[in-house]
Design a protein around this ligand. Structure first.
Ligand code: DX5
Ligand code: ZN
Length: 219
């Protein structure tokens, strides 16, 4: 599958100069901008909402990859669509309190790409019934809620299983990994079949964003 897509997570950016951070990371070669939305219920942290996504939209023409770590995603999807999201990823766990099939359909009907994701503790079998109904599988390589956690290599089995599913399909899904992605864990993820890499700390806490992104690509 083509080149590796790098999606910097602005969760690790300096919010006091967010516009500048977006411009810098775009100039450094980012492919998408990953927006982590946390509601303090589905995860124990609160990040930001549609207004900030809209602000990001005004600063870049890159695709916005919105990751909803929230309850009742179906209620909020229209707001993120309006804010300018290009892809919207929702959680499969029952604690996310929504009808997964309906929400995926809602996202696609709104003209966005639909993503489905699962926590490290959730087995691959839970997402299997939904394969074919979404465009991207996000494999969480940390427990969601906070940036800067160590990568969980045990999640690579899910990446491999998604890659195997893709082999027999004409319409392949993107396989995204999120959490603890750095030069070393990016290579491991790509070797196992991931093609979209989310990275917060390893890009925004580095001196040279372009260098960090090239390292993630393995260049
Ligand atoms: C985790 C978020 C991730 C996280 C990645 O809850 O979904 O996107 O911010 O950050 P790093 O790269 O710092 O692990
Ligand atoms: Zn994320």
């Amino acid at each position: 599958m083509g080149k590796v897509i790098i999606a910097p997570s602005i969760l690790a950016a300096d919010f006091s100069r967010l516009a500048e951070e977006i411009h810098r990371v775009e100039a450094a070669g980012a492919d998408w901008i990953h927006c982590d939305i946390m509601d303090g219920h589905f995860v124990d942290n609160i990040s930001f909402g549609p207004d900030i996504v809209q602000l990001v939209r005004r600063e870049t023409s890159l695709p916005l990859d919105v990751h909803l770590m929230i309850e009742h995603a179906d209620h909020y999807v229209p707001r993120f669509v309006k804010a300018g999201a290009n892809s919207i990823t929702v959680h499969v766990e029952p604690e996310a309190k929504h009808d997964v099939v309906k929400t995926l359909q809602q996202i696609r009907e709104a003209g966005c790409r639909a993503g489905l994701t699962l926590n490290p503790e959730t087995s691959f079998e839970v997402i299997e019934p939904f394969l074919g109904k979404f465009d991207m599988l996000l494999v969480m390589t940390v427990h969601p809620g906070f940036g800067g956690q160590p990568f969980r290599g045990d999640q690579m089995e899910k990446v491999r299983r998604a890659a195997t599913w893709n082999q027999a399909r004409e319409h392949k899904i993107d396989i995204e990994v999120d959490g603890g992605i750095n030069q070393k864990t990016a290579r491991i993820s790509v070797e196992n079949g991931a093609n979209v890499l989310v990275a917060g700390t390893s890009i925004f806490h580095s001196e040279d964003y372009a260098y960090a992104i090239r390292e993630l690509r393995g260049e």
